[in-house]
Design a protein around this ligand. Structure first.
Ligand code: MLT
Length: 244
């Protein structure tokens, strides 16, 4: 199985996703919000590339069935029901609802890779479930870190490294791409102090300074929500083996 890693999600070619399993990682916070929303009973999450697209989709839905969620500069977008804090996406809020999610890096990256054979969302919250799916699917894999504003984000890179470590059972193959090697090496470097390394990442510090420290702690939890957001017909839903 060939594994490719992109450390940022801005420039991905069709050939890097077609006929492959693609995992999008945006630990802080879009991936974690999507995982939490679906684990807590949301019917679906529709990831959008921008404000326009969010508005158009909302216009065609019955207002009682959807919630608009998302951020700009980390804060809830004016007029939206929810921000991008996974802690807001509780069962009483999201159960049965379709969430239209609009975030700066994460949902845009998902939109960029929507032509994958299989597109799933990964984070620390569901890492083991993602690795299990990659193995079952048996296709070549592209792991796409959303990064932050076209820059590498340590939180996403470490999560990619963790997935690789588990996929390869700790043994790096003889030939791997440079980006995969970097992600795995960084994970091996930080794995004994993973939570601390993550707390010191640029994005975590920035969120904490803005008052979202509880989100950071939530997103760092490992394997607490073993669900798999799977992209089908423009939306993310919980993976259902029998439907695929
Ligand atoms: C994003 O998609 O850019 C992030 O999830 C930003 C954030 O932390 O809200």
């Amino acid at each position: 199985m060939h594994v490719e890693v992109f450390l940022t999600g801005y420039q991905i070619d069709e050939e890097d996703v077609e006929r492959r399993t693609v995992v999008v990682i945006d630990v802080l916070r879009a991936s974690s919000t999507i995982i939490a929303a679906l684990a807590n009973g949301a019917r679906a999450v529709i990831p959008v590339a921008d404000m326009d697209q969010a508005g158009k989709i909302a216009m065609n839905l019955d207002p009682s069935t959807y919630l608009l969620g998302g951020e700009r500069d980390g804060d809830r977008i004016d007029g939206y029901h929810l921000g991008n804090s996974p802690l807001e996406y509780t069962p009483d809020v999201v159960k049965g609802k379709t969430i239209i999610l609009n975030t700066t890096n994460g949902t845009r990256t998902i939109w960029n890779v929507r032509n994958a054979q299989h597109l799933v969302i990964g984070g620390f919250l569901n890492a083991t479930r993602v690795v299990q799916f990659i193995r079952e699917a048996g296709l070549d894999v592209t792991i796409v870190c959303a990064g932050r504003n076209n820059r590498v984000a340590l939180d996403d890179t470490l999560c990619a490294g963790l997935l690789l470590y588990r996929l390869w059972e700790g043994q790096e193959p003889a030939y791997v791409s440079d980006a995969a090697h970097i992600a795995l090496t960084q994970y091996l470097h930080d794995r004994d102090r993973l939570a601390d390394a993550l707390r010191h990442s640029n994005h975590a510090r920035w969120l904490t300074e803005k008052g979202y420290g509880a989100d950071v702690e939530y997103c760092l939890q490992l394997d607490t929500l073993p669900v798999l957001p799977y992209y089908r017909e423009n939306r993310l839903v919980l993976y259902n083996e029998s439907a695929e």
